[in-house]
Design a protein around this ligand. Structure first.
Ligand SMILES: *Cc1c(COP(=O)(O)O)cnc(C)c1O
Length: 227
C-alpha cells in the first residue's frame, strides 16, 4: 500500500504547512528507500515521486544504475572518504557531512571532476553518543572552513532527532537547528547561505515541517517497516 501511504504523507505535509503558514512547494519529501526493493521504489515512482534517499553507497549506486534516470537521489547515510568518488556528482545533495576531512575529500574529488557538490552539515543536536555529526558548537567553525573549499557548497543543516513516542518532544530540537542556521547566516560567511533544513523522519516529520524543514526524510511511513 505504498501509494496510499505516500498520499497520506503528502497530505500530512500539506496540512502541516497550512498550520505553519508555509508554502508546501518549499518542502521536499525524500522517500527513504534503504533496504527496499526496486519494485517498491517504482510503485512510489509511479505515484509521481521523483526524489529518493539512500544510506549505503553500494545499494545507492546499484539502484541508480537500474532505476529511471529522472530520479533524483540524495545521500543521507554515513559516508566514508574512500567512497566519495562513487557518490559526488551523482546525487543531488550529500546530507550527511560530519567532518572537515570528509568535506575536504568531497571538495578535492569535485575539483578534479570540475563540479560543485552541494552538502549539508550533519548536526547531532541532542549529543547522542551513537550518532554521527557535529555538535551545535562546532558548526560555525566548520562553515568557516567549508567556505574556503571552492568545489563544495554548504547550504544547510541536517539532523536526526532522537527516537521518541511523542514527536512534540523533538520540537525543541528542530527549533534549535533552525536557529543555528539563522545564527550562522548572521556571520555572512562567503559562499555559505544556510537555507536548507533536512529534518523529520517517520515519527516526527509533521512537527519538523511546522518548524521549517525544507527536506523531510520519510521511509517507514511510505514503504513500511524494514527487516
Ligand atoms: C532510515 C533513515 C530515515 C528514514 O527513517 P524512517 O523512520 O523509516 O522514516 C531518515 N533519515 C536517516 C538518516 C535514515 O537513516
Amino acid at each position: 500500500m505504498i501509494s496510499e501511504n505516500l498520499k497520506t504523507v503528502r497530505e500530512n505535509i500539506i496540512k502541516a504547512c497550512e498550520r505553519a503558514g508555509r508554502n508546501p512547494a518549499d518542502v521536499t519529501l525524500l522517500a527513504v528507500s534503504k533496504k527496499k526493493s526496486e519494485s517498491d521504489i517504482l510503485e512510489a515512482y509511479n505515484m509521481g515521486q521523483r526524489v529518493f534517499a539512500e544510506n549505503y553507497v553500494q545499494e545507492l549506486t546499484e539502484k541508480m544504475d537500474s532505476l529511471p534516470r529522472d530520479i533524483k537521489w540524495h545521500m543521507i547515510g554515513h559516508l566514508q572518504r574512500n567512497k566519495v568518488k562513487y557518490v559526488a556528482g551523482r546525487v543531488e545533495m550529500i546530507h550527511s557531512v560530519d567532518s572537515l576531512r570528509l568535506a575536504e575529500e568531497i571538495n578535492s574529488f569535485s575539483l578534479k571532476k570540475g563540479i560543485v557538490t552541494e552538502i549539508l552539515a550533519e548536526v547531532n543536536v541532542a549529543a547522542e553518543e551513537n550518532k554521527f555529526g557535529f555538535t551545535p558548537d562546532e558548526v560555525e567553525e566548520f562553515a568557516l572552513k567549508a567556505s574556503d573549499l571552492p568545489a563544495i557548497r554548504l547550504t544547510g543543516l541536517m539532523t536526526s532527532a532522537p527516537f521518541v513516542t511523542d514527536p512534540e518532544e523533538n520540537r525543541e530540537i528542530f527549533i534549535k537547528i533552525r536557529n543555528l542556521c539563522v545564527d550562522i547566516n548572521k556571520k555572512s560567511i562567503d559562499n555559505v547561505i544556510m537555507k536548507k533544513l533536512s529534518m523529520g523522519m517517520t515519527g516526527d516529520y509533521v512537527v519538523a515541517v511546522e518548524e521549517g524543514a525544507t527536506h523531510v526524510r520519510v521511509g517507514t511511513a511510505i514503504f513500511g517497516t524494514r527487516s
